[in-house]
Design a protein around this ligand. Structure first.
Ligand code: ATP
Length: 361
């Protein structure tokens, strides 16, 4: 009988950027970026995510060549670029405030770096115009930045970053200067551009929602180390540590005899205190502390029964109920309830990354 032919396992996508034990130390003591290893697949959208001060901008600036590396290496498409000047790396950076020259037209802003490279006026203007057309800004090429909206300025900034033909585009909080409505619109544009251009994007953000909406790969950082790398779905559904579960939000961290578990707020079930639940279901007794109407959902805040509660303490647990379920069985503040979940809904949490576990407050 012929042996079954095994399908070859797909080759891993080539890495656009590889960080090897990359470290940044500004001063004595703990490094701002502490020997991180990361592989970013070519043509992917990668978001570096974490709270303020976790080292995400330092990491991006080291990749860009705007910050010297203390130790470790940066490899771009199999070429070590650790010591190269920014302009020789094959990366380009787009900044939070777009950093456009206010006295130059959109066209001259985009053409600027070609002027620095010594290209003739006709050629650099033709190339800049071509890129402005690509980001649907050709008709506003003669305007100065102050005569453009935030979204239009962002498109000019993108065209300016792309004119040098980078392999990797680095974006430092590119949406944070925009108002909330425009932020959503430009977020969708960023994603579309990345797919259309087929480039690798590395985008720094402190917004979980932004990273989830954009990323193929999320890198969650804390205190200079990487806590978790994965797709938004994997990180949200299988947070590696208590830090990731709490930082991503939408999870309850529950202490059980077997260790800490994360249960999503929309998976944790609530029942009246007197309800007769199956004996083998894990549960805890709690008191409703807040009822927040959110439209399609109602968010219940709860405290463990018997826990002292100060006036401004955050709720220990949260349950997100569809509006219809809440209306069918309403709960009110002060009511004693049982919280329960199935083993399949509980995700065991590992320890935080070692450096974080030792983190000074
Ligand atoms: N030029 C610098 N000199 C000294 N310390 C710095 C410098 N830049 C950053 N740091 C420190 O390094 C740590 C990491 O900073 P970094 O800006 O990389 O974090 P971040 O996660 O991007 O924060 P944020 O979201 O607030 O920009 C912080 O403790 C910060 O104070």
């Amino acid at each position: 009988m012929p042996l079954p032919v095994q399908a070859p396992s797909p080759a891993p996508a080539p890495a656009a950027i590889e960080l090897i034990a990359l470290t940044k130390r500004y001063a004595e003591g703990r490094p701002a970026v502490d020997a991180i290893d990361l592989r970013v697949a070519s043509g992917s959208y990668c978001c570096l995510l974490g709270p303020s001060g976790c080292g995400k901008s330092s990491t991006l600036r080291m990749i860009a060549g705007h910050e010297a590396v203390s130790s470790g290496a940066i490899v771009l498409e199999n070429r070590e670029i650790t010591g190269l000047p920014a302009a020789a790396r094959g990366t380009a950076m787009m900044f939070q405030n777009f950093a456009l020259f206010p006295h130059l037209s959109a066209l001259d802003n985009v053409a600027f770096s070609l002027k620095m490279k010594g290209l003739g006026r006709a050629e650099r203007q033709a190339r800049a115009r071509d890129l402005l057309d690509r980001v649907a800004m050709g008709h506003l090429a003669e305007r100065k930045p102050a005569e453009l909206s935030g979204g239009q300025q962002q498109r000019v900034a993108l065209a300016r970053a792309l004119i040098t033909g980078p392999r990797v585009l680095l974006l430092d909080e590119p949406l944070s200067a925009l108002d909330p409505f425009l932020r959503l619109q430009m977020r969708a544009e960023l994603r579309r551009w990345q797919k259309e251009l087929g480039l690798t994007f590395i985008h720094v953000t402190h917004s979980q929602e932004e990273a989830m909406a954009l990323a193929d790969t999320m890198v969650v950082m804390s205190h200079g180390v990487i806590e978790q790398v994965g797709s938004p779905h994997a990180v949200y559904n299988r947070p590696a540590s208590e830090f990731v579960a709490r930082f991503m939000g939408g999870h309850n961290v529950i202490h059980t005899p077997a260790g800490k578990v994360a249960v999503r707020t929309d998976h944790l079930q609530v029942a009246p205190a007197e309800a007769d639940l199956p004996g083998d279901l894990p549960r805890l007794h709690a008191v409703v502390s807040d009822v927040e109407y959110q439209g399609a959902y109602v968010l219940l805040g709860l405290q463990e029964q018997g826990a002292a509660r100060c006036a401004n303490a955050a709720a220990a647990y949260s349950v997100l109920l569809p509006e219809a379920a809440f209306l069918a069985r309403p709960y009110q503040a002060g009511q004693a309830v049982q919280l329960h979940w199935t083993p399949a809904q509980a995700h065991a949490l590992g320890p935080s990354a070692p450096a974080t576990a030792q983190a000074a407050p």
